[in-house]
Design a protein. Structure first.
Ligand SMILES: Cc1cc2nc3c(=O)[nH]c(=O)nc-3n(C[C@H](O)[C@H](O)[C@H](O)COP(=O)(O)OP(=O)(O)OC[C@H]3O[C@@H](n4cnc5c(N)ncnc54)[C@H](O)[C@@H]3O)c2cc1C
Length: 430
């Protein structure tokens, strides 16, 4: 095998670069609280923090360490909005929820960065903006629509032509790009741990290494059963996104748990580093198969995209991303790629996130469809409001029934076929 494709330390980069984990013990014995949360990613931790801020007794259980799921291993891109453009969101969700969701998703980076500032979360946060780049002429029209619709809503998004995007990225691959000042970057595991530390400091109780194995009704409330004890609570919040299991009937069948892969270089020499995204934006491509990348604080290049739909089996799983990076910037060809990892997120069939209230005093939020860094954090504030009496009808997302996807068990084949089809379409320029 080519030497450059050998990962020195296969595994998650953030395990070595993130801020220290907060202490947390598995649940032992029974505990009574007002709100119990299952899942210690951004949705769960942000909900815990916002509930603790409101003086509520809240406890959270997380099967792995806090931030173990997508929260601790994502691309670290803080992006505004949804996959759909604002006009489409307003059409699809109607005059009440449409504008609310546009506002919530558009304002999510602001919300996240202000939370980081408020709690002084040390997570390499930087606000260099987001580039959304098109490499086909057809893609330019979509970018123009994007710019027009957000400008109508007061957001100064810039449209870069081919020369502009070449200067911004260091590659001539793209025909156009938008630059959205709302976006930025962070170390995702540090951010998850920072949320956990802030929640703990406000009085939330967080149990890592504690898998919820069963849920039971308990009078008007709920019992969350784990191997070492149980949480009893008036309200239950499920925040398990792409890692949802059998805990709530049919929930895991209501989305596709897509794997996304990331590969990282060693810190690049200054001379090469500053030819890649010199102004420090994050970038995602607007093709059929999303590729996303950024430079981190140490000048590593983090290159992400769709990959094998299973746990990594070796460096070969990441070869396509490395090859693509070397096509974009031939100068990095001699650099070493030291880390490669993947994780799962919940992709919904229509790319809209979901808010469910499937039984009295149960709330579920998931399905950020690859855009959860800012959005899941913001949803935590919404869930906390709902758990403390804000009527569900006042939230940004409409409450929807849990709808299983037909033929869900063929999803792996479906996703693999979709990726292959997307690559084919991209290569044909359609
Ligand atoms: C590789 C990758 C790259 C990504 N890049 C980006 C990006 O750059 N920008 C962006 O905006 N989004 C990105 N995303 C998506 C983003 O990370 C997710 O949308 C976000 O983390 C969702 O947060 P969450 O808290 O809802 O879920 P998660 O962070 O996945 O947390 C769910 C948690 O629930 C726990 N859990 C599940 N079942 C149980 C149980 N029974 N008991 C106890 N705990 C349980 C899991 O262990 C897990 O830790 C990426 C995702 C991946 C996988």
């Amino acid at each position: 095998m080519n030497d450059r494709l050998r990962l020195d330390r296969p595994g998650d980069l953030y395990a070595t670069t993130a801020a220290a984990a907060v202490p947390s013990r598995p649940l032992a014995g029974d505990r009574r609280v007002e709100v119990a949360i299952v899942g210690g990613g951004y949705t769960g931790l942000s909900t815990a923090l916002h509930l603790a801020e409101r003086g509520k007794e809240v406890a959270l259980v997380e099967a792995g360490e806090l931030g173990w799921g997508a929260a601790g291993r994502n691309g670290g891109q803080v992006n505004a909005g949804l996959k759909h453009e604002p006009d489409e969101v307003e059409r699809a969700l109607g005059p009440v929820h449409g504008p609310r969701l546009v506002q919530l998703s558009g304002g999510a980076p602001d919300y996240l960065f202000s939370l980081i500032e408020r709690y002084r979360i040390d997570c390499e946060a930087q606000r260099g903006g987001t580039l959304r780049a098109a490499y086909r002429h057809g893609g330019r029209r979509a970018l123009e629509t994007h710019v027009r619709q957000w400008r109508e809503r007061g957001v100064e998004i810039e449209l870069l032509d081919a020369a502009g995007v070449a200067a911004a990225t260091g590659t001539t691959r793209y025909v156009a790009a938008t630059r959205d000042p709302r976006g930025g970057a962070l170390n995702p595991l540090s951010f998850a741990r920072g949320l956990a530390a802030a929640a703990l400091a406000r009085g939330a109780v967080l149990h890592g290494d504690t898998r919820a194995t069963r849920l039971e009704r308990d009078g008007g409330g709920w019992r969350v059963i784990t191997a070492g004890g149980a949480l009893r609570a008036n309200t239950l919040v499920l925040a398990t996104d792409g890692y949802s299991d059998h805990l709530w009937p049919r929930l895991a069948q209501s989305f596709i748990p897509v794997y996304s892969s990331i590969v990282a270089t060693e810190p690049l020499p200054e001379a090469i580093a500053h030819t890649i995204l010199p102004a420090g934006e994050v970038l995602y491509e607007s093709g059929n198969v999303t590729v996303y990348y950024r430079r981190d604080r140490a000048n590593r290049l983090l290159m992400g995209g769709r990959g094998r739909q299973h746990e990594p089996s070796g460096p070969q799983d990441f070869r396509h991303l490395i090859r693509y990076a070397e096509e974009l910037w031939p100068a990095i060809a001699g650099q070493r790629w030291t880390h490669g990892w993947n994780g799962q997120f919940a992709l919904t069939p229509d790319f809209y996130p979901r808010l469910h209230a499937p039984a009295p005093n149960v709330l579920v939020a998931l399905g950020y469809s690859g855009r959860g860094v800012a959005l899941a954090t913001t949803m935590g504030a919404e869930l906390a409001a709902a758990a403390t009496g804000t009527p569900l009808a006042e939230l940004a997302l409409p409450v929807m029934p849990i709808k299983p996807i037909p033929f869900h068990r063929f999803w792996r084949i479906g996703v693999a076929a979709r990726i292959a089809f997307g690559r084919l379409q991209d290569s044909l320029g359609s």
